[in-house]
Design a binder for this molecule. Structure first.
Ligand code: X2X
Length: 341
């Protein structure tokens, strides 16, 4: 090869090398779509906003997240969210384990009735072996999981009467989320459950098409459920749903290693703040949200240990049935971790 050709070839490869970062940056989208059920009036959306802000700041604006609450990228059907993340219709998401459980059966773990006695139990699972295994399942399904957040303990509200025993649920029309496990729980308790998206729930409560629903107290207040006839609230802590911060795999791979690390660390930091927000006012130390709700004229019912036990006993068959679907080993590991918390 002539010297001049050699030099030209060398110059070309240098150009190619130096061109890489620019080319990659050019592959970045101007905006990444973040799917959420709830917007920034709720701890859920607030957590996503905190994540977005940190990512924008720490990447000097190379990565911009735009929030799409109301799972609008899947026309409000929260049970299709996980599939849409895999397919790339959604770039980024902060999603509930409940909404992804139709695709990932192991996510039903947190919905096993009365598995989680307290916040320490939730923490033991998400920060321990169980959390690690569940994130591996998400990873194997082709989505990049980054951090655990929290929606919260789901309490029962209705427009008809106080609920203190399974008998009180007889015939009540209740809106439930999209996992069949919830249908099993409320059918077993003698209620009349119907699956519905969150988007359809408030109109259904307002019109009286359904009598009640179950959701964390932060949602009860922010969505002003007392204005849609929810006059009775029973605190029974029967399940709690964590949130997971994730990125679509192709999107993740389009980012430089440096940016991947920034997005990961920002998710971890934002999730920590998000959990604090989710628990604000609903702990033993600070129960201010309960007071806020009873000040709205809502009858708040705390169960005695005996009343609580009646619900635990009545839902035990559902626990046993779903234990197999979730996976015996995973449930055993969870029970062990909760015992040792
Ligand atoms: O639909 C619900 O009840 C909600 C908002 O809690 C979830 O997305 C799981």
């Amino acid at each position: 090869m002539k010297l001049r050709t050699l030099l030209a070839a060398a110059a070309c490869s240098v150009a190619a090398l130096t061109a890489i970062p620019t080319a990659m940056a050019a592959n970045y989208k101007s905006e990444y779509k973040v799917s959420l059920v709830l917007g920034t009036a709720f701890p859920w959306g607030k957590g996503a906003e905190i994540w977005a802000d940190k990512v924008r700041e720490r990447t000097d604006g190379r990565i911009n997240f735009k929030l799409y609450p109301g799972v609008s990228l899947v026309q409000g059907d929260q049970t299709r969210e996980f599939t849409a993340i895999r397919q790339g219709l959604i770039d980024v998401a902060v999603g509930s384990t409940i909404n992804w459980s139709p695709q990932i059966r192991q996510m039903n773990l947190f919905s096993l009735p009365f598995l989680l006695p307290d916040y320490a139990a939730i923490d033991a699972l998400i920060h321990g072996e169980v959390g690690k295994q569940l994130l591996e399942v998400v990873e194997k399904a082709g989505v990049v999981p980054l951090a655990w957040g929290e929606n919260g303990y789901r309490q029962l509200s209705n427009s008809k009467h106080e609920i203190k025993s399974p008998e009180d649920l007889k015939g009540l029309k209740l809106r439930v989320v999209g996992s069949p496990l919830f249908m099993d729980v409320f059918n077993t308790l003698g209620a009349n459950p119907t699956q519905m998206s969150w988007a359809d729930t408030q109109p259904a409560l307002a019109s009286g098409a359904v009598d009640g629903q179950e959701n964390p107290l932060s949602i009860f207040t922010a969505a002003k459920l007392h204005t849609v006839s929810q006059k009775y609230l029973t605190l029974w802590n029967y399940v709690a749903d964590p949130l997971i911060f994730v990125v679509n795999r192709q999107v993740w791979e389009s980012w430089t290693k440096e940016d991947q690390e920034i997005v990961r660390q920002a998710a971890i930091d934002a999730a920590k703040e998000q959990i604090v927000l989710a628990r604000k006012g609903v702990t033993d130390e600070d129960s201010s949200l309960l007071k806020e709700i009873s000040d709205l004229g809502v009858t708040v019912t705390q169960l005695t240990p005996e009343q609580h036990k009646a619900f635990v006993d009545a839902t035990r068959p559902v626990f046993e049935k779903w234990r197999k679907t979730v996976g015996e080993d995973l449930v055993d590991q969870a029970l062990k971790d909760i015992e040792n918390r």
